[in-house]
Ligand binder design. Structure first.
Ligand SMILES: Cc1cc2nc3c(=O)[nH]c(=O)nc-3n(C[C@H](O)[C@H](O)[C@H](O)COP(=O)(O)O)c2cc1C
Length: 324
């Protein structure tokens, strides 16, 4: 099979420059293991597990499915009652994980402990200034999320076509392009823009091994690039989510001068989880990216990895054939 080797694949010991980003409720053992087994980098989402002990078990489950490298996502968000981040970090290290994706805040407080234990860090962020800061505090790679992405695109609204080359020209560590990728054309474009690989959320959420209900996958297949909403804009904590009756109501309330307290019940995490578990896509808020407009099927995660690599190689060859 074709391989596309980049500074990222070499530094992280993986075959293909394709990462499955951390996804709350979605990044479980089966999906992460399937991506890694196919030669990409699968990532288990730490906070999807209710306790650090459950995370240890989830990592063990993934290890039974693949012997290839697996990463863990640690999302550090400001919160009134924060999860025990230090205990999750300890669980990651004690499980022998050597690749961590950090996101949500400056990873500096966690760096020393991870570094001492031989863990490589991919820090995911949404601006060049945060990527530069992450490089300074010693991360090994950055994933940079363009405005297209599912989840939190930040407040700068810079799409990948500008953000990725803006980042790659300022950084020396490997850069992974994230947000809006679902096929080989995207991987080829990312490499040409100077990135060393791609990170995908929505594409991997819509695969056989993804633990979300079939109706959610079908909704992604049917939806177009127009079917997302940006919620929490007035609160400066923007999130890109599926357009449904709940997300549209949240936008309306906040645009009309409402406060977080007015939407708290609508955006409750428990309701979002119900969407994934019971399949009622109108039950709450759920993250999805604009790239759903490019997703037309529900293949296995391994097929996604293999076909993206093959397509990207063909696209790069086709493009180089334009040179005379
Ligand atoms: C359902 C879902 C949940 C997500 N949860 C997280 C999360 O907990 N932490 C995180 O860092 N990123 C999270 N993300 C963002 C992805 O890791 C990735 O950066 C993003 O999906 C890339 O954009 P794409 O969906 O266009 O590929 C989530 C994405 C989705 C679709």
């Amino acid at each position: 099979m074709t391989t596309l080797s980049t500074p990222f694949t070499k530094a992280f010991g993986i075959e293909h420059p394709i990462v499955q980003g951390g996804m709350m409720w979605v990044g479980r053992a089966e999906l992460a293991a399937a991506v890694s087994e196919a030669g990409g980098l699968g990532i288990i989402t730490a906070l999807t597990q209710p306790t650090p002990a459950d995370l240890v078990k989830e990592i063990e489950r993934a290890r039974e499915l693949t012997s290839k490298p697996i990463g863990v996502n640690l999302t550090i968000l400001p919160s009134i009652t924060p999860p025990p981040y230090d205990d999750y970090r300890r669980a990651i290290i004690d499980s022998g994980i050597t690749i961590v994706e950090t996101a949500g805040a400056n990873p500096e407080p966690h760096m020393e402990m991870f570094k001492e234990n031989g863990v490589k860090i991919i820090h995911k962020c949404t601006s060049v200034r945060h990527a530069i800061k992450a490089e300074k505090v010693g991360v090994d790679a950055v994933s940079i999320d363009g405005f297209e992405c599912a989840g939190h695109p930040g407040e700068d609204d810079v799409p990948g076509l500008v953000l990725i080359p803006a980042a790659t020209q300022r950084l020396s560590i490997p850069v992974i392009a994230s947000g809006g990728f679902a096929d080989g054309r995207g991987l080829a474009a990312a490499l040409v823009l100077g990135a060393d690989g791609i990170n995908m959320g929505t594409r991997f959420m819509c695969t056989e091994e993804s633990p979300v209900a079939e109706s959610v996958k079908q909704r992604i297949v049917e939806a177009t690039e127009l079917d997302t909403e940006l919620i929490f804009r007035p609160l400066k904590n923007t999130a890109r989510v599926a357009s449904n009756s709940v997300s549209r109501e949240v936008v309306e309330i906040l645009n009309g001068g409402g406060e977080f307290a007015d939407v708290r019940d609508l955006v409750a995490g428990a309701r979002g989880r119900t969407v994934f578990e019971n399949g009622d896509t109108e039950a709450g808020i759920w993250s999805v990216g604009m790239v759903q407009g490019l997703i037309h099927d529900v293949p296995s995660a391994g097929d996604v990895v293999r076909r993206i690599v093959a397509e990207a190689a063909a696209e790069l060859q086709r493009a180089s054939g334009l040179i005379h």
